[in-house]
Ligand binder design. Structure first.
Ligand SMILES: Cc1cc2nc3c(=O)[nH]c(=O)nc-3n(C[C@H](O)[C@H](O)[C@H](O)COP(=O)(O)OP(=O)(O)OC[C@H]3O[C@@H](n4cnc5c(N)ncnc54)[C@H](O)[C@@H]3O)c2cc1C
Length: 396
């Protein structure tokens, strides 16, 4: 696979080589069985933890790998190329929880939770979506009411990745109902806190081995010291965190698409019709060429977005538009490329044995979670209009 030499210095290539070897050896052989059973991939999670991939962006001072978002994107891409369900467990833990706490929590919270997250033996989950607040996440209704030195949380979150299996939940709740999106705050809630419970894992089209559940909060008392950032800062924290998460989902999409292309190229070389390998027909060659070109373009957008995310943390200038472009483009490419890979396999592509049908099912979610493709277009268009001096509503 060609990598852009102007973007990737040798250390990144070494990281890629190591994670590719690990993911192909440890994760890829189990991907089909996990998809079939829908069982949570604990074995994969343990391996990721052992190799440091669940703490890779946490600073070394807290026991993590101290790596940047580009290194994380490269690793997620290779993990997704082997097992997309495992990649979402990793993205949520690293981007939506580890990065959030590292960037926004108090020093005391960081000292307590980052080493735990870095070890990877206790997973994190990010609880924003509610039954009536999906794309319009600011419409969430879960409440957090101050009671002495505690907050009391009530509400229902839905579609929560790592739900039930995670030990550390970041929960977004309304602390000031009159203040709209500026009245939302973020809290850390530990599994085992009385009143915190989980729905049954949803049965999904793809990434079937990942756990997705409702998270139910009934009179959940959390210490006031578990408030992340300041009261009212929660929505800002959610959006900034999703910037990092969306780079990860873009990388996941690239990895899924690459896995489909790998299989399509192999199949086109081996399958014979009309007395020749189907790869010798121009109709198939053009498909392969377009798939490879789309993937390469998506990869470059994702890598640029990763670099821009880290720059945005340093400078305070958000890169949401460029990140949304990367997530939008990569997820659309994943869907197109996996669909073409099934087509190149003909009838066999429709069977589970050749794995491209799994990749097509896995690709679909990348157009939906962490903001649908429509939401990414809203973010991009609003930024364009804002740049042109037009008055627009706040970006999603
Ligand atoms: C497997 C899975 C894992 C997930 N993991 C998490 C998680 O860990 N944490 C979490 O908080 N959430 C999670 N989600 C939730 C996910 O982010 C939401 O499903 C997503 O944001 C869309 O929300 P919705 O499903 O309510 O769809 P809706 O918002 O109801 O959207 C329905 C359709 O309308 C479109 N639409 C909505 N508004 C507009 C508009 N203004 N203009 C044009 N089109 C519009 C949408 O694009 C979509 O096509 C997960 C979801 C799934 C399926």
């Amino acid at each position: 696979m060609g990598t852009p030499p102007f973007l990737l210095d040798p250390p990144y290539e070494e990281i890629r080589a190591a994670v590719r070897e690990f993911a192909q050896r440890e994760l890829a052989p189990r991907a089909a069985a996990y998809d079939e059973s829908g069982e949570f991939p604990w074995e994969n999670v343990r391996k990721l933890a052992e190799h440091g991939y669940l703490g890779m962006m946490i600073p070394e001072a807290y026991g993590g790998g101290g790596m940047d978002t580009l290194a994380h994107a490269i690793c997620l891409e290779e993990v997704a190329r082997a097992c997309a369900a495992t990649a979402v467990v990793m993205d949520v833990h690293n981007s939506l929880v580890g990065e959030l706490i590292n960037r926004w929590a108090s020093e005391d919270m960081k000292a307590r939770w980052l080493p735990v997250l870095a070890r990877g033996d206790r997973l994190g989950a990010f609880c924003l979506t509610e039954p009536d607040a999906g794309s319009d996440a600011a419409a969430l209704k879960t409440t957090a009411v101050r009671d002495g030195d505690h907050y009391v949380l009530n509400g229902r979150k839905t579609f929560i990745s790592n739900g039930g299996v995670a030990e550390i939940y970041v929960v977004f709740a309304v602390t000031d109902p009159a203040a709209g999106s500026r009245g939302i705050s973020a809290f850390l809630v530990e599994k085992g806190t009385p009143g915190l419970s989980f729905g049954k894992p949803f049965k999904k089209m793809g990434i079937r081995a990942s756990s997705t559940t409702d998270v139910i909060l009934e009179q959940v008392r959390v210490p006031a010291s578990h408030l992340i950032g300041r009261e009212g800062q929660g929505y800002k924290i959610a959006l900034a965190t999703l910037d990092n998460g969306r780079v990860g989902i873009g990388a996941q999409a690239v990895g899924i698409a690459q896995a489909a292309l790998d299989r399509a190229v192999a199949y086109a070389s081996q399958r014979r019709q009309f007395g020749r390998p189907i790869g010798s027909f121009q109709g198939i060659q053009f498909k392969l060429a377009d798939m490879a070109t789309q993937i390469e373009a998506a990869r470059l957008l994702v890598y640029r977005a990763a670099v821009l995310y880290d720059e945005s943390v340093r400078t305070g200038r958000r890169a949401s538009k460029e990140i949304a472009m990367a997530k939008l483009f990569a997820s659309e490419v994943a869907m197109q490329v996996t669909t073409e890979a099934v087509q190149i396999h003909g009838g066999y592509g429709y069977l589970q044995d050749f794995e491209v049908e799994r990749l097509m099912r896995d690709a679909k979610i990348t157009q939906i979670y962490e903001g649908t493709s429509e939401v990414q277009r809203m973010v991009i268009a609003r930024a364009l209009l804002a740049e042109a001096g037009q008055a627009v509503e706040a970006a999603v």
